[in-house]
Ligand binder design. Structure first.
Ligand code: FRU
Length: 491
């Protein structure tokens, strides 16, 4: 393994990156009625993970972001680890000033000597731009060194109306649920786990109440990141579908805890993403009930600290809307990219190789029918003609082969496999290409694969090979590039 840095890392145009310095998890996502607020794990002093604080950016469309000064700064004793934000509309905390609803951040105060992680609160009276740490911190301390990542939401249901916090005892592989009337005092409700994939620590939980398409029904989905032990290796995100009665989460299917790391066993689980680079994803607070949008960190702890960098290091995924579909085998999470323009007209391609020339970020929509054993092959090339990566799009599986490219790290080159639901020889996939990444949604959004292509421009050319006997319709939609995410270079 070597310490790297290269001359030029192109900045993604459709993904948030900070103007400078290190970034990891999204934190405190909320919508204030006009703007989406994105906070993030941030080192204000450099491109390494450290001095953890909350950076801040806002957007009206989840594509174009403006970065603001650091929202919550570390101090000599504590790092500000991941957490969430709620708007305290009825001033249940008493921290409001009588005119504006306080914006309340719950985060993990992580002792710098590693001895303790407890949940702490900071409040903002200017809509989320500047925060004051609560004098009575921490608000929830279990005397644990691995108790972190509080995600708070307002529960309103048969059991009553109150705040619920979901957090993890990371090493115990346990999700803990707490309840509060005022965001300051918390009572334990229940716990979940260990269950399913447990080969790494559990981090960044979120509990979503999602609508089921074409019904009045909702189901609860527990989203849980784990590292390592993800389906594609290293950091990954699994989910559990079930019910939350205001006290406990009960999954539809109980699973034994497994510390397997082999693909065949892991592939039996439910994964939010099958690529290498989709971690710590959480949802926005403040959206209308049953509407849910997620953003994740587009990286993997396997190599995040060693990726080549310029002034900044780290990128978010494209925002995705999520809901549930009822399928033959149960419920499944469906994702859709947010912020896409109207699709270009599709062209029909028969068997053979077709060349697509791209100019910057592009969405390629591939629909194929009558696919046999042989997959559709998409080969991506740089402007100088050299190969960049390759996707095999079959009716039963999609695979992305990512060579080391401009990254000199042993865990970076890899091939990701994503099994697809039965489809009768049909394939439907959306490929979102930007500088530095490829995101694939397939099977109508039931499958997602996110891989960084660090250090790369958007491919200049794609060779698409349609196998004999198959037919395809391909739409290539250029994506507006205005979304440079760090237009404000912070002084
Ligand atoms: C997940 C994570 C969290 C923690 C944060 C620290 O990537 O490890 O559990 O709060 O990053 O930056």
């Amino acid at each position: 393994m070597s310490q790297l840095s290269i001359a030029h890392v192109p900045r993604p145009m459709r993904h948030f990156t900070p103007a400078q310095h290190w970034m990891n998890d999204p934190n405190g996502l909320f919508f204030d009625g006009e703007l989406y607020h994105l906070y993030f794990q941030y080192n204000p002093h450099g491109v390494e993970h450290g001095n953890m604080s909350w950076g801040h950016a806002t957007s009206s469309d989840l594509v174009n972001w403006s970065e603001h000064p650091v929202a919550i700064l570390h101090d000599e004793r504590h790092d500000i680890f991941s957490g969430s934000i709620v708007i305290d509309r009825h001033n249940s905390s008493g921290l409001g000033d009588g005119s504006t609803a306080p914006v309340i951040a719950l985060y993990t105060a992580a002792a710098r000597d590693g001895s303790n992680q407890a949940q702490a609160l900071a409040y903002s009276l200017d809509g989320g731009y500047s925060f004051t740490k609560y004098a009575g911190n921490p608000v929830l301390d279990r005397n644990s060194a691995d108790f972190r990542d509080p995600k708070v939401f307002h529960y309103s249901g048969p059991a009553g109306d109150y705040w619920v916090m979901v957090a993890v005892e990371a090493v115990e592989r346990r999700v803990l649920f707490y309840r509060s009337e005022n965001l300051l005092e918390w009572d334990e409700l229940s716990g979940f786990g260990p269950q399913a994939a447990c080969a790494g620590v559990w981090e960044c939980p979120d509990l979503l109440e999602l609508p089921v398409e074409d019904s009045a029904e909702t189901k609860w989905v527990l989203v849980l990141s784990l590292n390592p032990g993800g389906v594609a290796g290293g950091s990954g995100t699994q989910y559990f579908i079930g019910d939350f009665d205001g006290t406990s989460f009960t999954p539809d299917h109980e699973q034994p805890a497994r510390d397997h790391t082999d693909f065949a066993t892991l592939a039996e689980g439910a994964w939010l993403d099958w690529g290498r680079d989709n971690y710590a994803g959480v949802s926005f607070h403040g959206l209308p009930r049953n509407r849910c949008t997620l953003i994740a960190w587009m990286s993997n702890w396997d190599y995040a600290r060693q990726l080549p960098h310029e002034r900044w290091r780290g990128s978010m995924t494209t925002a995705r809307k999520v809901d549930l579909l009822r399928t033959d085998t149960g419920y499944a999470v469906r994702q859709r990219f947010v912020g896409l323009p109207a699709a270009a007209a599709a062209e029909s391609y028969g068997a053979g190789t077709h060349e697509l020339a791209l100019q910057g970020p592009t969405l390629i929509d591939v629909q194929a029918r009558d696919l046999g054993e042989e997959p559709v092959r998409a080969r991506f090339f740089r402007a100088d003609g050299s190969p960049l990566s390759e996707l095999l799009l079959g009716a039963q599986q999609i695979s992305h082969q990512r060579p080391s490219g401009r990254v000199d790290h042993e865990l970076y080159p890899s091939t990701q496999h994503m099994p697809l639901p039965p489809s009768d020889g049909r394939l439907c996939a959306q490929l979102l290409l930007d500088a530095g990444s490829l995101e694939v949604l397939a099977a109508g959004g039931l499958r997602s694969l996110t891989d960084q292509l660090t250090g790369e421009e958007t491919p200049a050319r794609v060779l698409l090979t349609i196998p004999g006997g198959a037919q395809s319709d391909v739409a290539c939609t250029p994506l507006p590039q205005h979304g440079s995410t760090a237009t404000q270079e912070l002084k």
